[in-house]
Write a protein that binds this ligand. Sequence first.
Ligand SMILES: C[S@@+](CC[C@H](N)C(=O)[O-])C[C@H]1O[C@@H](n2cnc3c(N)ncnc32)[C@H](O)[C@@H]1O
Length: 397
Amino acid sequence: MANANNRLYVGDNLEVMRRSLDQGTVALAYVDPPFGTAASFLTESERDTDAYVEFLRPRLIEIRRTLNQSGSIFVHSRPEGAHHVRRLLDEIFGESAFCNEIVWAYARSTTSQGRMLPSQHELIYWYARTPGLQKFNLDRLLAVLENQQRRSAVGDVWTISAKEFTSDRYLPSQKPLELLERIIVLATDAGDLVLDPFLGSGGSAAVAQRLERRWVGIELEQQVVEIARRRLIDELGPDVAHTYRVVGIPQTEGDVRELAANDPLEFERWAVGLLGARPRGFTQADRGADAVITIGNPSASGRMRRLVIEVKARAFRSSDLDQLKKVASWEDADAAVLIVVDVPDPRVNREAIDRGGFISSTSGAPIPRFQVFGAVDLVRGARPQMPDEPNPGILDA
Ligand SMILES: C[S@@+](CC[C@H](N)C(=O)[O-])C[C@H]1O[C@@H](n2cnc3c(N)ncnc32)[C@H](O)[C@@H]1O
């Protein structure tokens, strides 16, 4: 089943998940972070365990938010870091959400290094979003095992050759498709959404698509994205290119116009994210604003200020200001920002500013009640007047 809603995002997964993934939509998060599986991916600070745990924590929290009630997360770890990963998963998902510690035995012949036995396995932690509600397609897993000609009883030790580590590989850290197939079949049904926030060479996307699941992959490195795109073609044929969209971070005015024309929803999410807010889900967005930020400390001031953000993936229209006024009133907002693609006539803002506003309690800067801002200016680094109170609250849906 080809699905043009499949997405390959280029960027930091934390940012992308916050911006572009709705709560409770993902059935399976397959997480293969750059911990030990390929030390070359780690920055100096990630080699430090504490820093690494701090890198992973907010990402796992975001992943949990995206999972649906019967969703699952599978997280890779090499044995030397596994205790940290497991403790973190216990903290975020809860000990009762633990399902299995799967031992992936890759049976590669290795020689010992120093005074230690060579490692021949990796660990994969499976946690449920909701304890006991995770999908568990045992019969289908058994059929897969049969196909893969592993007639051994199903258990939590999976022996799968790591030949892909050494030959025809796309990335040093790439995982065997057999392994991905077992996980995807076990924890999802056709039509479910599979998220791989550390996509690497894209094996999970290829298997998900072959098994008629939808998928979202996120990869930081542009050159790795190109590897994943090539791999998808190698696995699924050239037509696969029409079944997913690559979503990058707009860098130029041309990128902004292209994103607005081709993918208005992503355009909206990108613009809202740049203003430090989180886009609302679909449900409320029709009537209310696309995003709301609350500002201030209710215990100190009694009332939090509300700033709403509206985004239109097109040029400014004269009726937009009245519409913005309606949304601001509906949301009981103190200020409202409208982002459109094109720089509007400066007179529009003069009129908008004349309608009042408030003073930021920290910077003392006036925050106009209404602002209209061109997205093409956002890529040039310009920003609307925003209050700079520390840690403004971001309202989700
Ligand atoms: C261990 S590899 C994943 C390998 C993958 N499972 C495969 O089979 O090819 C980790 C990947 O995560 C990417 N990565 C690292 N930090 C990231 C981040 N913050 N956001 C998105 N991708 C990231 C790396 O560039 C690398 O490609």
